[in-house]
Design a protein around this ligand. Sequence first.
Ligand code: ADP
Length: 629
Amino acid sequence: MSETDGKYEFQSEAKQVLDLMIHSVYSNPDIFLRELISNASDALDKLRIASLSDESLGFSQDEAKITVRLDPEAKTISVSDNGMGMSRDDLIAFLGTIAKSGTKEFISAMREARGNGDLIGQFGVGFYSSFIVSNRVTVDSRKAGSDESWLWDSTGDGTFTISPGTRTGWGTDVTLHVKDTEKDDDEAPEAKNYLSRWALREIIKKYSDFVSYPIFIEDASEKKPDDKKEEKPEPVNSMKALWIRPEPSVTDEEYNEFYKHVSHDWENPMERIVYKAEGTNEFYALLFIPSRPPFDLFYRDGKHGIELYIRRVFIMNDCRDLMPEYLRFVRGVVDSEDLPLNVSREILQQDHLTSLIKRGLVRKVLDALKKMKSDKPDEYKKFWGMFGEVLKEGIVSDTKNREALMKLALFNSSKSGQTSLDDYAANMKEGQKSIYYITGGKSDALSSSPKLEVFRDRGIDVLLLSDPIDELWIPSVHEFESHHFANAAAADTEIEGGDAESKSEETPGDSFISGVRDALKELGQFASVEDVRYSSRLVGSPATFVQKGEPMSPQMRNFFRSMGQEAPPEHKILEINASHPLVRKISNQEGRDLKDWAVLLAGLASISDGEPLADAPAFTETLVKLLGE
Ligand code: ADP
């Protein structure tokens, strides 16, 4: 080894992903070539964009190309590009680490799924997929503007080496030493099958036909005709932008493969949207809704899925200005006819055209979802299960489309399982004007809350708003089509409509209530209880807490605490069920000290609300004492 040579360890996450690559069984190993060609095409895009501001880099569209070379004798396949290339530091950083947030969580999910190759697709491992079909990979690269080449070399065993390379021009050669099925690994794909021009051509046509640079295949075993003048080779791919072709001329398979190219997903999309906007602001859009959530859906720096092209030229990926946050799961391409080619992220942010395009795209996506909801309700339910929580962010942030988003939303509910607001309104009980809801926790726990007893009794449906985002949109949305939203846990919510099956009997009288109130006041642990009263909402439970004003769920309070903030003060009222046998029994014991019973009733109310007990040992002691009597 020379002075500049070095041996390096992969970052531990990268090592684990590599291990998964090497040992998992893949349903589709062919995608390694798609990944390498995508990287080559990205490197050419990078060089083209960099040379706009640095003339010395000199990008030439006519010379830009990707070459796939196979050597059946040496058992190698290499993918070469004359793009941006990588420096020595780049090789170490880009091919030795994984900088994506959520990598750790992804790896543990993969482990649990025991090498489920489909999960990997969600993550988009790119370069590392080379190790599915090969047992050694070398990367010889020269960065644009530099006169040094460097060679990255690894057998995927946890380390890689860096030494001087041999590449003479700018760009990169990635060479795979393909696995020998018999010798290396019984489970390895039929690697030898890749060592033919025909096989590689099929894969490229299938997965990378639309790549905008020409892709050539060279076979070292084919003799060059020495007498004839060499013919100009034809690229394998058509390089046609799929999004400008009329929809009927493109097959589903072509669309699906394109989706996989832009999304790094391995599965077909759930829905596609093909759109051409005409008039003063012309653009093409080819958008997809994935059939499963990307792994980084809830990470702040998670990927956004829109690539921007201007007049067929790639400009940037991850284009956040064209799609709002709440549609960050949408993948695809937007190709504008009118934006200037030298547009930057900063200019895009302020450009009037950008906001017009964004508005058009949002409308198209929401229309497509609306159609899916009415035409394919089962599929839509699946969609909602995966992306509903994200879409609901739009109810808070996108006031212009709030109405449309509310109509798209599905909610778990106590009576009908799942409902839209339209259906809820259509199925209201006679005399019912409000839309009732309850927030917090998990929807199964919510549905058995004592606060819903009277609603169940009267046949009234209640929305179970268990996503954290629900408590953010509810305060800003007061009504849906003139029906007020009313919280079932609020002290002053009137319960209208429906016929009660069980009629409440006479109450035990005010002295019992004031006795419990006085007892609670004396006990320090119930400071937040402001009042005690008989309940009109309980049927089967003895007691519950309701809140004055807008109740905040225990989960939301915890969230405040975890952010180091004080949650707003609680104004609790303990409601007691006058007709419950336990309450009747206590209230009939005249002259008795109510302290223990007050602790019991308040404690039971806390437990059924999913709240921690203010003083658990005192509660247990009291319970044991009362049971022993
Ligand atoms: P991704 O493409 O999703 O970022 P990869 O693992 O495929 O992940 O590649 C990691 C990084 O290595 C790329 O982001 C890019 O910076 C660099 N890279 C890979 N292949 C090439 C190439 N042919 N030319 C230049 N850079 C490359």
